[in-house]
Ligand binder design. Structure first.
Ligand code: CMC
Length: 372
């Protein structure tokens, strides 16, 4: 008989193998490349190629990858009509989940070979970005904007939201967050997506599952929750008083802590350095003072470090993006990691089906209905 072990939340349990990313205290690597090296020397499209194809593209491969993305950027009218019909106060993650599900009925990629799955992943990348931008326009009572040939993925997202070419700073910072968010081995949404793949279901169902899982504030929803928290303060003193009240109530602070990283999140260090420059460039050091007023006691008194969502929330805020778009932007990136894991699971499959430990009523007979 197989030995059984029980770990609440699967903490510390190795639930499968992967060649896509390694999350360790000392480093984070995508397919053997250190995240800082990727952040300094690549674009999001190169990273997406790396995740889906196993290596960084050469110039010709990158150009073919970009052509495929460009070819997939137009959303079917039926999807835009659906987005228009959803009440404007519905959370954008819910809209994205519905939009991807609807778009799945118009999937232009046929077949299930590895190459088909990679092309479907590119279509999903373009589709998620298109849905987020279209919804942003529609809730602002504006017409949707057609993609502009020649823009990279980050520029395209911002262009289709704002209707004008973004500043180089905004495009570069969005690109950096997409690189940092793209992949993180067996996090909750990726594991959920792998479970879908393990049943031999389809990639769109896997991505819809990933979106629903990422939404929660203990996972990707933390970037919005962290900014909601910061936005209630106008001074660092208020933030300092609030955080100490929070400690007294033993309540969690969103954007801090991590199941794996116990000495800090590599991605947070990289992004925070850029956030500091952005705040200075924009004359918004006030926000960094509030940011630090929360971070300092968390680190010094609780030894709990910011995760990537903490600097990301404020970065998006300083780029003037509305808060309910932050987790959808996370999806626009993580969809590549989900797809890479879907392919890896599908091609080395074993159904994911753990056990549970029963803690309910002991065995009992069914009483006739008149006696219950
Ligand atoms: N604020 C205050 N206390 C915390 C926090 C936090 N953010 N995170 C952990 N702790 C405390 C926790 O209360 C517990 O204390 P005690 O031992 O006294 O009960 C101790 O640290 C261990 O926490 P845990 O909940 O057992 O740790 P975990 O490995 O299950 O938690 C986590 C990981 C991410 C769920 C948790 O840190 C958390 O809820 N953080 C806030 C939400 C968040 O920022 N999520 C984003 C995660 S990373 C990126 C992403 O997925 O988007």
């Amino acid at each position: 008989m197989t030995e059984t072990i029980f770990k609440p939340g699967l903490e510390g349990v190795i639930a499968g193998e992967t060649a896509i990313a390694a999350v360790e205290q000392q480093s984070l690597c995508y397919r053997g490349y250190n995240i800082a090296d990727l952040a300094n020397n690549t674009t999001f499209e190169e990273v997406a190629h790396l995740l889906l194809y196993g290596d960084l593209p050469n110039a010709q491969q990158l150009s073919m990858f970009n052509e495929s993305l460009a070819q997939f950027r137009h959303l079917p009218d039926a999807v835009i009509d659906t987005l228009r019909k959803i009440p404007t106060d519905v959370n954008m993650m819910d809209v994205l989940r519905t939009g991807v599900s609807m778009a799945g009925h118009f999937d232009p990629v046929k077949g299930e070979s590895v190459d088909d799955l990679r092309r479907r992943a590119m279509w999903l990348m373009a589709t998620c970005a298109g849905i987020v931008a279209a919804r942003y326009r529609l809730i602002n009572q504006k017409d949707t904007v057609d993609p502009l040939p020649g823009l990279n993925h980050s520029e395209q997202i911002l262009y289709q939201c704002l209707g004008e070419k973004p500043s180089p700073t905004a495009a570069r910072l969005l690109d950096l967050t997409l690189i940092l968010y793209a992949e993180h081995e067996y996090n909750a949404s990726t594991f959920a997506t792998r479970i879908v793949a393990s049943t031999m279901s389809d990639m769109v169902s896997g991505v819809v599952t990933g979106i629903g899982t990422l939404k929660g504030p203990l996972h990707g929803g933390a970037n919005e929750a962290a900014m909601e928290m910061l936005s209630q303060f106008t001074t660092p003193e208020q933030a300092d008083a609030w955080i100490h009240e929070r400690f007294a109530k033993k309540e969690k602070v969103m954007g801090f802590g991590h199941r794996v990283y116990k000495n800090g999140d590599h991605r947070a260090h990289i992004l925070e350095a850029e956030l500091r420059k952005l705040a200075e460039e924009k004359g918004q050091q006030k926000w960094m003072a509030i940011y630090d007023a929360i971070k300092k006691p968390m680190v010094e008194e609780k030894k709990i470090f910011p995760n990537v969502d903490y600097p990301c929330g404020l970065t998006y805020y300083l780029l003037d993006l509305p808060i309910d778009m932050y987790t959808p932007l996370f999806v626009c990136s993580r969809v590549t990691g989900w797809a890479a894991h879907f392919i890896e699971q599908a091609t080395h499959n074993r159904l994911i089906r753990p056990l549970s430990k029963y803690i309910g009523e002991p065995s009992r007979p069914v009483a006739p209905i008149a006696e219950r």
